[in-house]
Structure formats: C-alpha cells, structure tokens
Design a binder for this molecule. Structure first.
Ligand SMILES: [Cu+2]
Ligand SMILES: [Zn+2]
Length: 167
C-alpha cells in the first residue's frame, strides 16, 4: 500500500466524518397526505450535502425547513416544534441578512408531485459537538405551501405534509 493511502486511512480513522458519512432517512407522511421519499445527508469535509427526493406532493411550491425537534410523532407534524434557530435570528431566505439555520427554502413539485432538492452548506454538521451546527436530533418539515421568506416566524408556509427525523 502506498504511504499516501495509509495517511488517508489514518486520517479517516481519526476524523471519521471528514471521509464522507451518509445518513438516509424516510420522508414520513403527515396531515392525512401520502407524502413520501427520502432525505440523504452526507458530511464531506466541513460541508453537509442534503439530497431530498419527495413524492406525492401537490404540484407547485413547498417550503422545506429544519425544525427544532426530531420527533415526527404528531399527525400534523407539530411535534417537531418551530424552525431550528440556534442564533435567535429572524425567519428569512437562506443567505439573506436574517434567516434561521433551518431556513432551507422552497422546492417545486412537478405535475406528478415529485420534487428534488440538493442543498449544500458548511453551516451544518452531522453529529459534531457544536450545537449551533449539529442537525442530528432535529426534524425536517415539508410544508403544504410556499415560504414567503417574510412572515415571522414561519414564512406562512401552511400545514406540515412531510416529516423527517434526522437521527
Ligand atoms: Cu417549517
Ligand atoms: Zn425560519
């Protein structure tokens, strides 16, 4: 084995997350819908890449947020609490002056109700010790309506049709 490979393997053993940890979770249907799909989170270096594939949505725009609790038990998804907001900022559009750490934004479902969203950020981590970055233990919600990026503190995104427990 080449020494370069050995060094890389040693690095992986010491910093497991930096070599690409992927967690895949199901999208659970809420509020009497048939919403389904998968949410895949990969930690690569200091970035988390989320690949979200959702099925059986109503065609059109739907808000997606990370909410504060990884508990999808309530039939209407309210058990996930409000938007994950460790910085105590205002709700808004990701990357704007004010936004929550969970303000992913909107996705668009096609005429068959399918939607895909890829999201990448170094502001999150998978299981690190920084509570202001760690998304493990949080919930992700797909809403019935679009996020208007203005209404406080929810973006006026309507009911909760899909839920993910990020465990
Ligand atoms: Cu939400
Ligand atoms: Zn928000």
């Amino acid at each position: 084995m080449k020494s370069k490979t050995l060094a890389l393997l040693a690095g992986c053993a010491l910093f497991a997350v930096s070599c690409g940890t992927t967690n895949t979770y199901p999208v659970l249907s809420k509020s009497n819908t048939q919403t389904g799909g998968t949410a895949k989170f990969t930690q690569k270096g200091d970035e988390v890449i989320m690949k979200l594939a959702v099925t059986n949505l109503t065609p059109g725009i739907h808000a997606v947020h990370i909410h504060e609790k990884g508990d999808c038990s309530a039939a209407d998804g309210t058990s996930t609490g409000g938007h994950w907001n460790p910085a105590k900022d205002d709700h808004g559009k990701w990357g704007a002056e004010h936004f929550h750490m969970g303000d992913i934004g909107n996705l668009t479902a096609d005429g068959s109700g399918n939607a895909m969203l890829t999201f990448k950020t170094s502001k999150w981590c998978l299981g690190c010790t920084d509570a202001s970055k760690n998304i493990i233990g949080k919930g992700m919600i797909i809403h019935a309506a679009a996020d208007d990026f203005h209404t406080q503190p929810t973006g006026n995104a309507g009911g909760r049709v899909g839920c993910v427990e990020i465990k």
